[in-house]
Design a protein around this ligand. Structure first.
Ligand code: OGA
Ligand code: NI
Length: 321
């Protein structure tokens, strides 16, 4: 594995609303999204206590007995707990060696989209046996969502659009935030066992917090080798997903990555898939691609995400919503 570094971009000025810094930051983002498809962000603006609280809650939750965690097993709205073996990445030989807990935008049963049966929508699936998880995770969800919104201003700018291009498309966002737990992997598990098998992310952008145990690896297309996304204190790892690659007509690249927890320790991460409204139309022509150049038909963000979830999660096989 080579030790090539992924770029580190300081997004502090963008988070502070300093539009004067936009040109230089969005130029760095443009380079990173066109080449590695991955970068670190520094000065992400999420309070340290918010992170400490959610990480502590995550450690406590995954340490609970399996029978208890199963009480909030993932439901058809993709909310709740998935045990070891529940997720198999498209094309992988074995299920991933990870447990995770997923939340989304909290909507009540009275919400019009929930009533209309829009897939993936509804209330979260909180454990009543661990009430503190809700507060800690919801605080992180909102904070990382604000960071995602600011980042998308810079991404819009990097694509030559107005900084508010994504705002109307993220009013009722399909943001999914996932606490992930990777048990240590032993060599006996063999070469086909991954924490997460090689994959690209489904949505627009992913923002990842990781603890200080390495494990995430990113494919370098030129050298065809895996680069370690080594943990760097105070940063998040950001990557382009398939939906943003599609939206940009492949100007931006959605890069394969994987996790193998060889650290010998339990590894914890928090992945946030910061995705648009269900009905947001993803059409390259809206990003100034001419109809003649357009490689992809328009699709709603929600339909694309539902299609991809259905391919990877056993519990969704045959799911209609
Ligand atoms: C993912 C992912 C990386 C990590 O969940 O899609 O790539 O380090 N996670 O948990
Ligand atoms: Ni991923």
């Amino acid at each position: 594995m080579s030790e090539q570094a992924l770029p580190i971009i300081d997004v502090g000025p963008v988070r502070a609303g300093d539009l004067g810094s936009m040109a230089s930051i969005s130029a760095q983002i443009n380079d990173a999204c066109m080449t590695a498809g991955f970068f670190y962000i520094r000065n992400h603006g999420i309070d340290e206590t918010v992170i400490d609280n959610v990480v502590a809650a995550s450690r406590a939750f995954f340490a609970l007995p399996a029978e208890l965690k199963q009480k909030v097993s993932i439901n058809k709205r993709h909310r709740g707990f998935s045990a070891l073996g529940d997720a198999t990445m498209y094309g992988a030989k074995r299920p991933d060696c990870k447990e995770f807990f997923t939340m989304g935008l909290e909507l009540s049963e009275d919400d019009p989209d929930v009533k209309a049966g829009q897939p993936l929508r509804g209330p979260n699936n909180w454990p009543d046996f661990m009430p503190e998880l809700r507060a800690a995770m919801s605080a992180y969800y909102e904070a990382v969502g604000c960071c995602g919104a600011d980042l998308l201003k810079a991404i819009a700018h990097s694509l030559g659009m107005g900084v508010d291009f994504f705002i109307d498309r993220y009013r009722k966002r399909l943001q999914r935030t996932q606490l992930i737990y990777y048990p240590p992997q032993s060599a006996e598990m063999g070469p086909h066992q991954f924490g997460v098998a090689p994959h690209t992310d489904f949505g627009c952008i992913t923002l990842l917090w990781q603890d200080n145990n390495s494990g995430l690896e990113v494919l370098n297309r030129a050298s065809k080798s895996w680069i370690s996304a080594t943990p760097i204190e105070g940063t998040l790892v950001v990557n382009v997903g398939d939906l943003l690659a599609r939206w940009t007509n492949d100007r931006y690249t959605s890069t394969p990555h994987r996790v193998i927890n060889r650290s010998g320790y339990e590894r914890f991460s928090i992945a946030t898939f910061y995705d648009p409204d269900f009905n947001a139309m993803v059409d390259p022509c809206d990003l100034d691609i001419s109809p003649a150049e357009r490689r992809y038909e328009p699709i709603t963000a929600g339909q694309h995400i539902v299609n991809r979830l259905d391919q990877s999660f056993g519990y969704r096989k045959g799911a209609t919503v």
